[in-house]
Ligand binder design. Structure first.
Ligand SMILES: [Zn+2]
Length: 476
């Protein structure tokens, strides 16, 4: 047993590394930057938790969700790793102060943070004087993916990297095509990174996509749930009120179901999530707000009543089925009207060149907040994206502020994001429409090799039954 295996045993009670883990841990220990493109459940957290213990300085872990960091720190502490902490807005000022004190005393080896905290100048100043061995960025696709997971603050992690100068950077994500991977490396200023790519294939998942009118989909989903051993299940829909009417429909049909979306009070969301984790609920009908950081291994089905806007989103949401490696089913309903709606949604996500020019021409004379009425046609998301990107995340919108980006840069930037979002949506539509193997369609979107037929998606199964039919005809 070598040193790494010894600590693997002590800290994680495991005898052997899973595929890829040792290579990444060794690279990080040697001070190399690493981009790990690993599927969900491959054991990403170990690749920064183990080096955090073995490296001399501090390991910073940037994580998008408070619940995720709390979970990880709690698990580590159960294994008596008292050197793991997190800082977030749910803590009292006093507690945060104490943790920062501990940092200076060298008693903290690993600190979990939300990306927003790195934008705080005062906090960065404090960190600047502490040697940082490793900066790990979890869910690194948030840097580039301007979809549901996107966080403006993620874009600025690169600035913190320049200030803090960590010995190495480790970015991990489950969902990135080559272009996104390059963007992550560039944005974080990674130097000659090791690219660790594990197959994104989840052989235990079966895929199907069905074209159906919106009105019939709940009934079809119900039939599907009753036919197959399909519970617990997550049902995704795009709109909040839709998740509520769906929950009611399934309740009326005898299932223990509840809706979940960002419009519900935090307390209620926690309660519903907990009930689902404990199998007291069989079904959650949710928007994309549900899922990140939810570790429920026995979800048997993920059904999309309406399609998401990118293959990245689909892979991630569907991938919540079957994390215990037992069979999981991923069914997606779609219709042309869904894609028309998604296209419209997408078009209103970014301010256009004309709006940006107008915004910049008014800025020198008005605080940004006073300009909202001039741009009332922009959605709240588009407005927030515009002000955050042009003026900086922490800019005071009540003051007259200088933009941090040049007008032409911003126009160009938004145009690129817009066209990338359109490509993603098109790829999602192709996934729905294809008659080829769906697993292959999904994997090749992420630039991964796959056999022509997987034998476990609707298209492959139809092909087999067609061939079988012909064969039977021939015999008859
Ligand atoms: Zn297939």
């Amino acid at each position: 047993m070598d040193k790494l295996e010894y600590w693997l045993k002590v800290l994680f009670n495991r005898e052997a590394f899973r595929p890829g883990q040792r290579e990444v841990v060794e690279a990080v220990l040697a001070g190399r930057d690493v981009l790990a493109l690993w599927p969900t459940g491959a054991g990403k957290s170990l690749t920064y938790q183990l080096p955090a213990l073995l490296l001399p300085g501090l390991t910073l872990v940037i994580s998008p969700l408070i619940a995720l960091m709390e979970d990880q720190v709690e698990q580590l502490r159960r294994r008596s790793a008292n050197w793991a902490h997190y800082l977030n807005s749910s803590q009292s000022t006093d507690l945060r102060h104490d943790i920062i004190q501990e940092l200076h005393n060298g008693k903290v080896k690993m600190l979990f943070l939300a990306p927003e905290r790195l934008l705080n100048y005062y906090f960065l100043e404090q960190l600047r004087h502490i040697p940082i061995s490793l900066m790990a960025v979890d869910e690194a696709h948030c840097i580039t993916q301007w979809g549901n997971d996107f966080r403006h603050s993620y874009m600025r992690i690169g600035e913190a990297v320049r200030v803090l100068k960590p010995r190495s950077i480790l970015a991990v994500t489950a969902t990135a095509d080559s272009q996104t991977a390059q963007q992550i490396c560039r944005s974080l200023g990674m130097c000659n990174p090791l690219l660790s790519r594990l197959s994104l294939d989840r052989p235990n998942l079966e895929y199907a996509a069905v074209k159906a009118p919106l009105k019939q989909r709940a009934e079809l989903a119900l039939q599907h749930l009753q036919k197959s051993a399909g519970l617990p299940a997550v049902i995704y829909a795009s709109k909040r009120d839709h998740t509520e009417s769906l929950a009611k429909f399934f309740q009326e049909n005898g299932l223990k179901a509840a809706p979940y979306h960002a419009g519900l009070p935090a307390e209620e969301r926690r309660r519903i999530q907990q009930a689902f984790l404990e199998d007291k609920l069989q079904l959650i009908t949710a928007t994309t707000a549900f899922g990140m950081g939810v570790d429920k291994p026995n979800i048997r089905q993920v059904i999309h009543i309406t399609p998401p806007n990118s293959p990245e989103g689909y892979y991630q949401e569907a991938g919540r089925a079957g994390r215990d490696r037992n069979k999981g089913h991923c069914l997606l309903f779609w219709g042309s009207e869904d894609f028309n709606w998604l296209k419209n949604q997408g078009q209103s996500r970014y301010a256009c060149a004309r709006d940006i020019r107008k915004f910049y021409s008014l800025l020198p004379r008005h605080p940004a907040r006073d300009l909202r009425l001039e741009f009332i046609h922009l959605s709240q998301t588009a407005w927030d994206t515009l002000t955050d990107t042009a003026l900086g995340y922490e800019a005071d919108l009540d003051d007259i502020a200088e933009p941090i980006l040049e007008e032409s840069c911003l126009i160009n930037y938004f145009e690129r994001l817009q066209s990338r979002a359109e490509q993603r949506l098109e790829a999602m539509e192709n996934y729905c429409r294809t008659r080829e193997c769906r697993r292959r369609a999904l994997l090749s979107y992420f630039d991964q090799e796959a056999p022509a037929h997987c034998g476990a998606c609707d298209n492959c199964l139809n092909r087999i039954s067609r061939q079988l039919g012909l064969h039977l005809q021939a015999i008859a």
